[in-house]
Structures are given as C-alpha cells and as structure tokens.
Design a protein around this ligand. Structure first.
Ligand code: OFO
Length: 168
C-alpha cells in the first residue's frame, strides 16, 4: 500500500506529465505556424512521449489500488520571440520535471517505499536522457551561432531537430 504522501506526489506527477505533453504540443503548434516543420515534428514527438510518461504513472497508481485524480491542467505558454526561446523554454521545463522526479525518489526512499523508488528510477534515467538531448541541441545552436534570427542557422536548426526526431 502506498503512503498517502507518495500517492499524492505521484498523482501530481500524472498531471505534470499531462501538462508537459501540452507544453510540447503548444511548442509544436508555434513551430508549425512559423513554418518550422522539422522543429514542429520534434516537439510533436515529445508531446506524445510525455503522454506515455503519464500513462506509466497512471498504470502504477492503478496497480497500487490508488484512484487517480485528473485536475485542471494549466494552459501552456503560447508566445515566443523565436525558436531559440522555444528551445530554452523546453530545456527549462525539463529541468523542472527532473527536480520533481528526484523529489519523488527522495521521498520514497525516506519512507522506505522501495517499490516506488524502483519504479521512479526509470524516470530518473529518462530525465537524464532529456537533459542530455537538450544539451546537445543547445551545443548545436552555439556551434551554428544561432540566436533565433531568421537565416541559414535557423534552417540548419530546423533540419537538426527533424533529424533528431526521425532517429529517435
Ligand atoms: Fe516526462 O519526461 Fe520530459 O518532461
């Protein structure tokens, strides 16, 4: 049986992953509207991935006999100056999620809930992967001297993001 505080954190994470999925869907919509098809594809893929994260936690709570509550999901940000701002927003968002996941691991460990601790380890590895991925994207932007302005670097970044999604 899950301790109520752990069940609460996991339920909050279900909603946070739902929000993350919407954040990426909105970023994808922004990119589509800007004609950045590669970036749109990349963020669309990420949106779907976040949805699978939500499912994973949802299933775990169901297995543990905890009724899941889906709350109101806040609207994600819609206004961005350029693709660089979009990439930075995504990276910052991932850092926030990493902190939430680490907090669950920490709390589970403290109350000796090793089943949840073991379950959440997958998410720790996943967040590490996400941070590495966004680090790679930021390095590419730096290499190209990309600051979000229109031009060749923007075209390269769009293609780079498309390639990342196609090889994911
Ligand atoms: Fe759910 O992994 Fe990113 O946020």
């Amino acid at each position: 049986m899950l301790k109520p505080e752990i069940a609460k954190l996991l339920n909050e994470q279900v909603n946070a992953e739902f929000y993350a999925s919407n954040v990426y869907l909105q970023l994808s919509a922004w990119c589509e509207a800007e004609g950045l098809e590669g970036a749109a594809l990349f963020f669309r893929g990420h949106s779907l991935e976040e949805r699978t994260h939500m499912d994973k936690i949802f299933d775990y709570l169901c297995e543990c006999g905890i009724p899941v509550t889906i709350g109101a999901i806040a609207a994600p940000p819609t206004q961005f100056a350029n693709l660089m701002e979009v990439i930075n927003a995504a990276y910052q968002h991932e850092l926030k999620v990493s902190a939430m996941i680490k907090n669950i691991a920490n709390q589970a460990f403290q109350v000796q809930d090793y089943t949840t601790f073991n379950f959440i380890e997958w998410f720790i590895a996943e967040q590490h992967e996400e941070e590495v991925l966004f680090g790679k994207i930021l390095s590419k932007a730096k290499m190209l001297g990309f600051d979000g302005s229109p031009g060749q670097a923007l075209h390269h970044m769009d293609n780079f993001l498309r390639a990342l999604e196609q090889h994911a």
